[in-house]
Design a protein around this ligand. Structure first.
Ligand SMILES: Nc1ncnc2c1ncn2[C@@H]1O[C@H](COP(=O)(O)OP(=O)(O)O)[C@@H](O)[C@H]1O
Ligand SMILES: [Mg+2]
Length: 261
């Protein structure tokens, strides 16, 4: 779990990220689980390009491949066909260790089940990725406090997860995902365990952070409220993208002519 959340503990090394490249790009991406007659084709030819600073919702029915796509894009999978580029870097060419390092340095994760460490308080949960990344204690504490302030939890620093509501736990998880200032934040059904009012607050928070801090957010959801707040909606079905509001948007606004009128 620690490794999945924070990646490798090794020190960063030079990886030639292209600052002009899209945040993430998938080309002809296919993902299969299992072999032979039991094989499941979870992703069946995905082409997707997400620019820096975008807030993208990926929606679709359960089992359509949303989590598989997120895990592939985030560099958590190495068994796939096609190409994935994170900040212009082709993931396939990287060793597991280098990919983990790139992930740790450039990405944050938010999960449906929060995944906070139960024995640590809110401040310690948020500090942890910074400390693992080698930051000094005082600086890590200062940044973690500021990030918890930004998500509205400045008065709950010493609360352990069990003493926080679901919405508050998700705020801690969001602070933890953002505290290292990643270029891109992945969220897999971040409001799935929350009631609709709290879910709306979390989405408003993510939308504000996206606007204020300019991070790229890719949010998997089957909730309409998330999809409606995102600036771009990608719809999936049976392992394919069936609709992409960015791709569908006309380059120049033209009057609509409907044949039925
Ligand atoms: N580890 C796995 N092993 C086998 N099949 C899997 C695995 N993970 C997902 N699948 C299958 O791949 C398909 C897509 O799953 P998933 O990406 O989890 O969809 P979603 O997140 O949209 O619900 C489903 O048919 C699911 O059963
Ligand atoms: Mg899923």
């Amino acid at each position: 779990m620690i490794r999945r959340l924070f990646g490798s503990v090794a020190r960063p090394q030079t990886l030639a990220a292209d600052p002009a490249a899209p945040a993430v790009e998938a080309r002809a991406l296919r993902k299969r689980y299992g072999r032979g007659t039991l094989a499941v084709e979870a992703l069946r030819g995905i082409d997707l390009r997400i620019e820096r600073g975008e807030l993208v919702a990926i929606a679709g029915p359960s089992g359509c491949g949303k989590t598989s796509l997120l895990n592939c894009l985030a560099g958590l999978e190495n068994d796939y066909e096609g190409e994935i580029l994170l900040s212009g870097i082709a993931l396939r060419a990287l060793s597991d260790a280098t990919r983990a390092r790139l992930r740790a340095r450039t990405t944050g994760f938010i999960f449906q089940s929060f995944n906070l460490l139960p024995t640590l308080d809110a401040l310690e949960n948020v500090e942890l990725p910074l400390l693992i990344g080698g930051m000094r204690g005082g600086e890590a504490r200062r940044r973690a406090r500021a990030m918890l302030d930004a998500v509205g939890l400045g008065t709950r620093l010493d609360h352990r997860p069990a003493a926080l509501s679901g919405g508050q736990q998700q705020r801690v998880a969001i602070a933890r995902a953002l505290v290292g200032r990643p270029a891109i934040v992945w969220a897999d059904e971040p409001t799935g365990n929350l009631d609709s009012e709290v879910a709306a607050e979390i989405i408003a928070l993510i939308t504000r952070l996206n606007a204020e801090q300019g991070q790229t957010f890719v949010i998997v959801t089957h909730a309409a409220d998330v999809a409606a707040s995102a600036s771009r909606l990608v719809r999936m079905r049976d392992g394919q993208i069936v609709d992409d509001s960015a791709r569908a948007a006309p380059l120049v606004a033209t009057p609509r002519i409907r044949a039925a009128d």
